[in-house]
Write a protein that binds this ligand. Structure first.
Ligand code: KG4
Ligand code: ZN
Length: 352
């Protein structure tokens, strides 16, 4: 029997088991995450190695350095995840791993480790879409949450509103036509000298500031389900350039708060409208920018005004982590998906 025939048989057995424990690996960008998740919802352990200190001095993630540090971090994290869960490798039923989207060198480290573990332990390998993993972060936080629901995806590389039709399928309602929201947070932070990682720094410095600057009068995509962030980003860059040229002192907290308010207002308005149009009464949020405190406040308030329940993952599951991949891998296992050992890392994967 070939490896894949054996794995398909094992998947059939797993679908009948009361308790399924998946060891999941996430290494798409600069955080290495390993988790053990039981039945898609219970996090038995979740460990993370952040590279923020390493990349800060470069002002952003350097892909080659990121992959080298994933190599150093990954096996000690697998050991730590097992230790924290009081388990051994023999207690693991399947390996989940992020196949993409992300930085190819970073993805390869997680994927190769996952393949090696799958082969050595003779258990299924379940390749996951990173963004669908972010959505599953909500299942870890809300144990009773079930599809269908709407989801606002706000990460470093993606911005979209989708309908989550079941645990593994999405319907795309609207997406960015240029930059992602997280990318624009990072870019603006860099331009005003806050450095990396930009999103959390803008969030922090904007606290308590009433936004007064209007950078763009966004009418172009007003009636479209899609988003654009490049105009807003460019308007902030031009503003900073003009003020500096005039010799004016930059009010950095004010610039950040005003940028943040405009970026957030775009996603809040569209996400709620798309839920109403598609008769979805619950909206979840997924991706790193879901940690943003201003977005959390504004969307919660606007949801209340529009009769839509808005849910955010717990902070520790907002940014990249292994647990969300462990949850998604479980639902892929239930739907029958497992991978061969020759699958490639995919820097870009479509959402649908
Ligand atoms: O989902 P994520 O961890 O990685 C990707 O899949 O891209 O998202 C990273 C993005 C970065 O752009 C980061 O600046 C942003 O999420 N981010 C935030 C906050 N925390 C992380 N943006 C705004 N406010 C935050 N508190
Ligand atoms: Zn992510």
């Amino acid at each position: 029997m070939t490896y894949i025939e054996r794995m398909h048989n094992k998947m059939k057995v797993l679908r009948t088991k009361k308790t399924v424990r998946i060891l999941a690996i996430e290494s798409s960008c600069d955080d290495t995450g390993v988790a053990i998740v039981q039945n898609g919802r219970q996090v038995l352990s979740n460990v993370l190695s952040s590279q923020i200190d390493i990349h800060t001095r470069f002002g952003g993630v350097v892909p080659e350095i990121a992959s080298r540090n994933h190599i150093l971090a990954i096996m000690p994290l697998v050991d730590k995840a097992l230790k924290d869960a009081h388990l051994t490798l023999q207690d693991i039923d399947a390996i989940g791993v992020t196949q993409g989207a992300g930085l190819v060198g970073s993805l390869l480290v997680g994927l190769t480790t996952a393949k090696a573990l799958s082969f050595a332990l003779d258990i299924p390998l379940i390749a996951c879409n990173h963004i669908k993993g972010h959505i599953c972060a909500n299942y870890l936080t809300y144990q009773d949450l079930t599809p269908p629901f709407g989801c606002l995806i706000v990460s470093g590389g993606h911005t979209a509103v989708v309908g989550v039709t079941d645990y593994t399928h999405l319907k795309l309602f609207g997406t960015t036509i240029d930059d992602a929201i997280g990318e624009s947070f990072d870019k603006v932070a860099r331009v005003v000298g806050l450095g990396y990682p930009g999103g959390p720094k803008i969030d922090q410095i904007s606290k308590g500031i009433v936004p007064k600057i209007q950078f763009v009068h966004h009418t172009a995509l007003k009636d479209s389900p899609n988003f654009s962030f490049s105009g807003l980003k460019t308007a902030v860059i031009n503003y900073v350039h003009n003020e500096t040229t005039k010799g004016n002192t930059l009010d950095i907290p004010q610039i950040c708060a005003s940028f943040q308010a405009e970026a957030v207002s775009m996603v809040v308005t569209k996400a709620l409208k798309l839920c109403l149009v598609n008769n979805l009464s619950t909206l979840c949020v997924a991706g790193g920018v879901s940690a943003n405190s201003y977005l959390r406040n504004q969307l919660t308030l606007a949801g209340q005004e529009n009769g839509i329940k808005v849910l955010f993952p717990e902070s520790k599951y907002c940014t990249d982590n292994g647990a969300m991949i462990g949850s998604y891998a479980y639902y892929l296992m239930l739907s029958g998906d497992c991978s061969t050992l020759d699958i490639p890392a995919l820097p870009n994967i479509p959402l649908e």
